[in-house]
Write a protein that binds this ligand. Structure first.
Ligand code: PBG
Length: 325
């Protein structure tokens, strides 16, 4: 016994069941969106060298991945296409027979319950690797919009459940919303990459998707990592334009932004746990420097604690397994 006056916070930490009783944040398998890379050649399952455990699949082998996804209880996938043909205007992005359109049809035919989120961008499809049309080495905003709209409509026609525009052109939500509505897809939601920073954490993804810019960088359209108020302006515009979800990307180093967006807006907030964040943990774990399971669960729980409703993560399959255990 002591005469000192203080609070005994440790009372609520004394056993695993007590800790579970007072736990404020929970990770659920329904929160997870799993990104998948789809290739055009047949018979392929290629591991991405900079992303251990992540593969590019051809459509004839996509069932291997999808069967596992379904078995683990994951309900949503985000599709990225790796096309054979690239050109100046990214025409494979809005080809009704393009790789994403085929992959979407395959999934919706064989796994109708799974939510297919289509990443709507041009960078995987342009030969210069930028996310829009180039004029004088500058990505032209207003000329890129119609191509993005065509891409979104083509993805919706193929059966995509959610359109996720990621190219950071101004006005893309308005343009896509209008395009979808006119094509009769007024019930397809838009999950906007509203807040997307020009981040070095996308490096491994660009290997996986073959979308490294051939000149310059993305800093004239993606955001400066130093900016917080700008994130609010981006989110405001997209909500006004009709976005149904807001993505904050990357996640780990932008949890302050996730919190502010969660507090200010009433649409579901999605944290994108990007490729570099995934690969850093994998690399450290392969060296036995960290405990992968504990680190991944801690980092995803932090995203939810910061206010994310959903998490896009390459670790979704591992997490689904760990949650089941
Ligand atoms: C397409 C796009 C990118 C990512 C998602 N959509 C690449 C980029 O902007 O360069 C990155 C995802 C990741 O790193 O996991 N624009």
């Amino acid at each position: 016994m002591t005469n000192l006056q203080f609070d005994r916070h440790r009372r609520l930490r004394n056993s695993a069941n007590m800790r579970a009783l007072v736990r404020e944040t929970h990770l659920n398998v329904e929160d997870l969106i799993y990104p998948i890379f789809v290739l055009e050649e047949k018979g392929q399952k290629n591991e991405v060298p900079s992303m251990p455990g992540i593969y590019q699949f051809s459509i004839d082998r996509l069932h291997e991945e999808m069967d596992e996804v379904v078995k683990l209880g994951i309900r949503s996938v985000l599709l990225f296409g790796v096309p054979n043909h690239k050109d100046e205007v990214g025409s494979e992005a809005y080809n009704d027979e393009g790789i994403i359109q085929q992959a979407t049809r395959f999934i919706k035919e064989n796994y109708p319950e799974i939510i297919v989120v289509a990443d709507t961008c041009l960078c995987e499809y342009t030969d210069h690797g930028h996310c829009g049309v180039i004029h004088n080495h500058y990505v032209d905003n207003d000329e890129s919009l119609p191509l993005l709209v065509q891409t979104a409509v083509s993805q919706a026609k193929a059966g995509a459940d959610i359109i996720a525009p990621s190219n950071m052109m101004d006005g893309f939500v308005t343009a896509i919303r209008e395009g979808l509505d006119q094509a009769g897809f007024e019930n397809i939601p838009v999950m906007s990459y509203a807040i997307k920073y020009a981040s070095a954490f996308y490096g491994p993804f660009r290997d996986a998707a073959g979308s490294t810019p051939q000149f310059g960088d993305r800093k004239t359209y993606q955001m400066d990592p130093a900016n917080r108020l700008e994130a609010q302006r981006e989110a405001e515009s997209d909500v006004m334009e009709g976005a149904d979800f807001l993505i904050v990307k990357p996640a780990m180093t932008y949890l302050d932004i996730v919190r502010e967006v969660r507090d200010r807006f009433n649409v579901p907030v999605v944290a994108y746990n990007v490729s570099g964040e995934y690969s850093m943990v994998k690399a450290a774990a392969q060296n036995s420097w960290i405990d992968e399971k504990q680190i991944v669960l801690e980092k995803l729980t932090s995203m939810k604690r910061a206010g994310a409703d959903l998490i896009i993560t390459y670790a979704a399959k591992d997490v689904a397994k760990w949650i089941q255990e």
